[in-house]
Design a protein around this ligand. Sequence first.
Ligand SMILES: Nc1ncnc2c1ncn2[C@@H]1O[C@H](COP(=O)(O)OP(=O)(O)OP(=O)(O)O)[C@@H](O)[C@H]1O
Length: 251
Amino acid sequence: MPKKPNSARAVVILENLAKTFGDPGTNKPVLEDVDLKIAQGEFVALLGASGCGKSTLLNLIAGLEEPTAGSMEIPAEGVAFMFQDATLFPWLTARGNIELALKLRGVPQPERGQRADELLKLVHLQSSGDKRPHELSGGMRQRVALARSLAQDKHVLLMDEPFAALDAITRDLLHEELERIWRHTGRTIIFVTHNVREAVRLGQRVLLLSSRPGKVIREWRIDAEQKKPEQAAVLANEMTAALRQEISRHV
Ligand SMILES: Nc1ncnc2c1ncn2[C@@H]1O[C@H](COP(=O)(O)OP(=O)(O)OP(=O)(O)O)[C@@H](O)[C@H]1O
């Protein structure tokens, strides 16, 4: 079981982080004054309106974009990333896609097969390792993508709307899977979504980002009790109201 967030050390620390695309003299910042500490083993859901800068924030943490201002501490080993589209290599099998990530990490060839099999088992795809992406359903492809991001063996995993394109039943199933894997591996997960139910279902902490500029304007801590259906529905309504208020303020 991951430690409680309050008692664990911070593994991601953002201070006054800002990002403006293009000329800061003429363009408005997308993100401004983002202050955030994420504890080891924590599951954080980032919620916000479309275009508020959620992906930009993940890209900054991943080092894919440079901040315009502020400071950032992330683990020296870097972070793993999982996107909305599985972006698997179509000419490789599910196992081949995972093995490639292991190879890029420097895992020696003899170990790769066994490690890939373990990861396939972890995402419940042990019997589909020899299938190519086009032979898999959308949910199965996202499982392969999850196994591939775990193959990078980084403690921090960034997930950018990984289940947004899936149907509701598959998404619910993958929520269960992800929660199990998170508990099993003790990873720190930062999960972007605009789905309030998904944020309540998965997050130990849900952060609401404002729009233009994006900054953290509210946060909810969610314990096991609050994840029970009735309380979760109340929380989801509260978050929806806050999100709507933020969208109308912006409009
Ligand atoms: N490379 C870029 N160059 C210029 N503008 C960008 C770039 N990347 C993102 N933006 C702008 O920054 C803003 C925030 O985009 P971002 O993708 O981070 O939002 P988001 O909250 O993830 O949106 P969504 O929920 O719709 O995916 C948008 O207005 C977008 O057009």
